[in-house]
Design a protein around this ligand. Structure first.
Ligand code: G3P
Ligand code: MG
Length: 357
């Protein structure tokens, strides 16, 4: 990686701008590149393959560690992506490490949510799949489900790399994390209600609701299907509606991801680091990278998430809305108008490079 950056352009050629690309509905639909994204991204690299413009992917999606997502994106998009260039909805769960490092926590969602959390350093994390498998009959309709989970065949045994010893009958769950879009909504709503309304020990009904964290709150997002799909925000509403009917206290939860301003602050810091490491290591021009960016571009497809987030973050953010995902309007979005609306990400990058040249 450092070799790649060592080939960065000389000082006068480098930019004081950076770009954050949303993924779903901007560069990919499912696993298919859209809007000329491979060509657009290639323009951010020099002829030698060196990165010219600091950019990251800023997605509310997730389910696999950033290092694996970087490899997957490199394969799909044909450019070399570093793990530090991938910020997913759950990436900021790392900030909770001190609080839960050695506590029993539950992680749910598509992909490998427990692996994601254990890579962040959480030492006692179980996937909800596995946790549920310890409780006989916790899901009364499981026998009608035609699929099997990987935990069913290994009931009672913990994967050694993820979970040290714990006692399912007495260890309370200290927090639950919705890491990525849940797969089995019915089972997850049931088991999360069990955990949250019992104070972290299903069947015990004693104690306060353990904290519940969501990686994002997208009501809908653009996947491979032509129209939008229900996202984590829809799951949150479903869980909350049920929980609030069966429990006396309203569900308490904390939501991470875009459009939270801290996500954009964090993105700015990462982009500055990408930029400054070039300065420090290879240019040595006395600039330690602490100077602010003139402009940071957010290219997104969801006005309520990407554009709202960039707007709230304020200077130096400049928002660009594409028509390849959630937003399909002819003009701008009424409530959260972007600074620029374009058809595709390729058009967005073209605009940025012309504006910055
Ligand atoms: O599940 C992914 C979705 O919620 C949003 O992804 O890349 O559009 O932020 P993205
Ligand atoms: Mg999107």
């Amino acid at each position: 990686a450092s070799r790649l950056y060592s080939q960065l352009q000389s000082k006068h050629e480098r930019s004081s701008f950076g770009i954050a690309f949303d993924i779903d509905g901007v560069v990919l639909r499912g696993r298919v590149p859209i809007g000329g994204s491979p060509q657009a991204l290639r323009r951010l690299y020099g002829e030698s393959g060196a990165l010219k413009v600091p950019f990251i992917f800023l997605t509310n999606g997730g389910g696999i560690p950033e290092s694996r997502r970087a490899i997957e994106l490199s394969d799909l998009l044909g450019v070399y992506i570093l793990p530090s260039q991938v910020v997913q909805g759950h990436s900021s769960f790392k900030t909770l490490l001190k609080r839960y490092e050695n506590e029993l926590i539950i992680a749910t969602g598509k992909g490998e949510p427990a692996l994601v959390m254990s890579e962040y350093g959480f030492k006692k994390v179980l996937s909800l799949d596995e946790y549920a498998s310890y409780f006989e009959n916790i899901d009364p309709v499981s026998q009608y489900k035609m699929w099997t989970t990987k935990w069913e065949s290994s009931k009672g045994s913990c994967p050694k790399n993820l979970v040290p010893s714990f006692n399912i009958a007495s260890d309370r769950v200290k927090a639950a994390f919705v890491v990525s879009d849940p797969v089995d909504w019915g089972r997850d709503i049931q088991v999360l209600c069990d955990i949250l309304s019992s104070g972290g020990l299903p069947g015990d009904d004693n104690g306060q609701q353990p904290p519940l964290y969501f990686a994002a709150d997208d009501l809908e997002y653009q996947a491979a299907f032509p129209s939008e799909r229900l996202g984590m925000g829809a799951f949150r509403i479903a869980l909350e509606s049920v929980f609030n009917r069966i429990h006396c206290n309203a569900l308490d939860c904390v939501i991470f991801g875009k459009p939270n301003p801290f996500v954009f602050k964090n993105t700015e810091a990462i982009l500055r680091q990408l930029h400054s490491s070039c300065d420090d290591n290879y240019i040595n021009n006395g600039n330690n990278g602490s100077h602010p960016f003139k402009t940071l571009y957010m290219i997104g497809d969801n006005p309520l998430v990407d554009i709202k987030g960039a707007q709230q973050a304020g200077h130096p953010w400049f928002s660009i809305l594409t028509r390849t995902g959630v937003f399909r309007g002819k003009d701008n979005h009424a409530e959260f108008p972007a600074d620029l609306v374009v058809d595709t990400v390729e058009e967005a990058v073209d605009y940025i490079l012309k504006r910055e040249s």
